[in-house]
Design a protein around this ligand. Structure first.
Ligand code: CAA
Length: 298
């Protein structure tokens, strides 16, 4: 059986902590690239949902591959066979060469997970976070060995989006960083580098852009549908800002912006939007709740 191997430091076994949309997508691309995956979540139902979503997505992607029906079904079977699940984080990371934390954006939760990981993993495992908004130095605050810690920021939907932001903090060693770049290439992504800064490259541009679109609508300059249409047809984006914010989740978008506004009060771009605040307060979080900027209930 083909098993991928990453140069620099040897990566064979990858543990992913958190089985939501991002964690399950990362598990999928990692397994389909030949690595052994341990997908961990304390919530057993979330793990079941993740395995179902991965199976559907791999099956869909296999149909697009060249080759016979048998080769397509072997790809699905092999990919799924490489993914194991576990609801104990300590057990899940024990054999991992690389650990990717993909839990929700809560700094205390992430720090707690890393404390647990550091106690249970091998001495030479590499530890990474998929945080989309926190500084690595904040996530890594409690770690004893920060040289083996870095950031791997994937994009949603992970099986489709080709980019991976690979982030290093001041403490990340050259060997750790080089291994992360190799790993990104091994899972089929194009990697870009960015300093440990709020939102790295993509979210630092994207999140203020959503809020600027909301302000434009709030001022009555243009309708939501026209703003979305304009950015799709005039700027070549696959989705307009309101469609994309609904896709990501308005709670996530607001959470990121509120965090930055509190940490960097001098940056005007990080101002809140009354419209986003209202929608989130009403539980209209985007596609996942059926309502956001748009309604998806029909
Ligand atoms: N798994 C596998 N395939 C998937 C998939 C998934 N989860 N989601 C979509 N696809 C596939 C579809 O099946 C489809 O494949 P076929 O052409 O073979 O049928 C293809 O992707 C295109 O999908 P759709 O036809 O459903 O719709 P679309 O053409 O509008 O594409 C999209 C959907 C890929 C999401 C596209 O609209 C897009 O690229 N949108 C922008 C997404 C984006 O910007 N993501 C980044 C968000 S920011 C982020 O993630 C960072 C963060 O920290 C918040």
């Amino acid at each position: 059986m083909f098993t991928a191997k990453c140069a620099m430091q040897n990566i064979r076994n990858v543990a992913i902590v958190g089985s939501g949309q991002m964690g399950s997508g990362i598990a999928q691309v990692t397994a389909s690239s030949g690595f052994n995956v341990m997908l961990a979540d304390v919530n057993k139902k979330a793990l079941d949902r993740a395995m179902k979503a991965i199976s559907q997505s791999v099956t869909h992607l296999s149909k697009k591959q060249k080759g016979t029906d048998k080769e397509k079904s072997d790809f699905v079977t092999l990919t799924m066979s490489r993914i194991k699940t576990c609801n104990n984080v300590s057990t899940a990371v024990a054999d991992a060469d690389l650990i990717i934390e993909a839990a929700i954006e809560n700094i205390d939760l992430k720090r707690g997970i890393f404390a647990q990981i550091e106690q249970s993993c091998k001495k030479d495992s590499i530890l990474t976070t998929n945080t989309s908004s926190f500084l690595l130095e904040d996530v890594a605050k409690g770690l004893q060995d920060k040289t083996r810690f870095g950031g791997l920021h994937f994009f949603n939907p992970v099986p489709v989006m080709k980019l991976l932001e690979v982030i290093r903090s001041d403490d990340t060693s050259d060997e750790t960083y080089a291994t992360l770049i190799k790993f990104g290439t091994a899972v089929g992504k194009t990697t870009v580098a960015c300093k440990d800064s709020p939102g790295f490259i993509v979210n630092r541009l994207l999140i203020p852009y959503f809020f600027e679109a909301a302000r434009m609508y709030e001022r009555g300059d243009a309708s939501m549908t026209d703003i979305d249409e304009a950015m799709k047809l005039g700027a070549g984006h696959p989705m307009g800002p309101f469609e994309l914010a609904d896709y990501i989740g308005l709670d996530t978008v607001k959470f990121v912006m509120d965090g930055w506004a509190a940490k960097y009060p001098e940056v005007q771009l990080f101002e809140a939007s009354p419209l986003v605040d209202k929608l989130v307060a009403e539980g209209k979080l985007g596609r996942k709740t059926g309502d956001g900027f748009y309604s998806y209930k029909k």
